[in-house]
Design a protein around this ligand. Structure first.
Ligand code: PPS
Ligand code: MG
Length: 425
């Protein structure tokens, strides 16, 4: 493992770092109790470092995605090599592979390759054929450009540019299958790919699972708008507005990175960090909290944009029966989790068609962030989501419900119970 100096950006996370003398005392008189305290403190320090590295890696990945999305929005013909389709016809872009390679590199450097198991969405097979060479070359230049900026984010950078085969290897290394024991990073390099290619909302999601529990989550939302009302509009409207009145740099005009550590009792938000400017992250990070609205009549619920991903008909029925009156907020990606965690929506519901198995990378980071921001996330029978069964949320009953508070959550679960049998889902 390479050694490096982390540029000290202090995160406002309460970290019980023991003073040196306490360490010596603990080590000298190593009773069982002290050893336990020592182990707990050391685990705590490790987790702070993991969270810090994860936040910085996601910040950096946000910059990468912004560049690719801008290029994707160029007139047709100038961007054709930036995206392709997977076997299931869903889109995949240079950003998916480049983020995966970049995060894989950063985590391996910071924590050692042998200690870094990553579960991630993309595999490298589609990049391996000869006809993928132009695409791979774009991935390679995107990763190297991003990693050149790593020191500005307080992360190690490579001594020399990574080569094609190294980048394919970094992507392929993210092939862990998870499971009930052990530690696994979970990465969705570009969640909401459809939103991404349409110039709209998307997210970069990184979480760490330990023995089946999500212990930290980071969610980068580069297009999160300045005003919550703008979540409703598709990004082209946002782009017009921001061209008419360009926001000052460093303002919270657009984009954020949310993060939380399980049991920390708080969730945080930073603005996007621009590698060319130094932002005082300690000052700019803020605590986020879910909304205090518990009256369904004032609540907003969000759901996937595509009917194919969640039944709009069923959620409309549920919303109506609990007394939600506002129109649904349809937003691509885990930005929906971010909206609930930031208090901009009270409910998120997803009811995929029967037979579809939800993947851990589409939920892990969002779940822990909402929970630490004060919200509740379960399946539609009220059971916690189970991250211990590998890459799928096995045993997930019916759908996913995230709410800002227990009261709204209970009412929706009751409504699901009452209407499930007649739902055809
Ligand atoms: N059929 C079906 N049903 C349910 N969910 C599916 C389905 N197919 C895919 N997916 C997963 O949903 C992720 C996108 O979810 P979104 O909430 O962003 O959906 S939407 O685009 O707003 O409709 C999407 O994540 P990304 O692939 O990262 O975009 C998929 O993992
Ligand atoms: Mg996804």
């Amino acid at each position: 493992m390479l050694s490096f100096t982390i540029n000290t950006v202090v995160f406002p996370i309460q970290v019980p770092v023991p003073a040196r003398w306490r360490w010596r005392r603990v080590c000298a008189s190593a009773t069982a109790e002290n050893r336990l305290a020592w182990a707990q403190q050391s685990a705590c320090r490790d987790r702070d470092r993991e969270l810090e590295v994860a936040v910085k890696a996601v910040q950096m990945a946000c910059g990468l995605c912004q560049r690719v999305q801008e290029a994707l929005l160029l007139p047709a013909g100038q961007n054709s090599s930036l995206k392709t389709s997977k076997d299931d016809q869903s889109p995949v872009t240079v950003a998916d592979w480049a983020v995966q390679a970049t995060v894989s590199w950063v985590l391996s450097q910071c924590f050692g390759e042998e200690h870094t198991s990553i579960i991630a969405e993309e595999d490298e097979s589609e990049l391996s054929s000869a006809e993928s060479t132009p695409l791979l070359d774009l991935v390679v230049s995107s990763v190297n450009r991003c990693l050149r900026e790593a020191p500005s984010y307080g992360l190690p950078g490579p001594d020399k540019e990574l080569r094609r085969n190294e980048i394919v290897e970094l992507i392929g290394r993210c092939n862990s299958r998870g499971g009930p024991k052990g530690r696994f990073w979970v990465l969705d390099p570009v969640d909401g790919t459809l939103g991404f290619v349409r110039g709209d909302q998307y997210a970069i999601a990184l979480a760490l699972i330990e023995d089946g529990e999500v212990i930290l989550g980071v969610l980068g939302c580069p297009n999160y708008p300045m005003k919550k009302e703008w979540l409703n509009y598709h990004q082209r409207y946002y782009r017009i507005v921001s061209k008419l009145s360009p926001p000052a740099f460093g303002s919270w005009h657009k984009g954020c990175v949310l993060y939380a550590r399980k049991g920390g009792g708080q969730a945080w938000m930073q603005p996007l960090l621009d590698a060319s400017q130094s932002l005082d992250l300690e000052k700019s990070a803020r605590v986020i909290q879910v909304s205090s609205v518990s009256d369904p009549a004032s609540a907003t619920f969000c759901e996937p944009v595509e009917k194919a991903n969640s039944s709009h008909l069923f959620t409309a029925g549920l919303a109506h029966s609990v007394g939600v009156r506002k129109q649904p907020l349809r937003v691509y990606s885990m930005v929906k989790y971010a909206a609930v965690a930031r208090g901009h929506a009270e409910i998120f519901m997803k009811f995929a068609r029967a037979g579809y198995k939800e993947k851990v990378w589409d939920h892990a980071a969002g779940v822990v962030i909402i929970q630490e921001a004060g919200g509740v996330v379960t399946d539609a029978r009220g059971s916690p989501l189970d991250f211990s069964k590998g890459i799928y949320l096995e045993g997930l009953d019916r759908g996913i419900i995230a709410c800002s508070g227990a009261l709204l959550h209970r009412r929706i679960i009751e409504a699901v119970d009452a209407s499930w049998d007649s739902s055809n889902l």
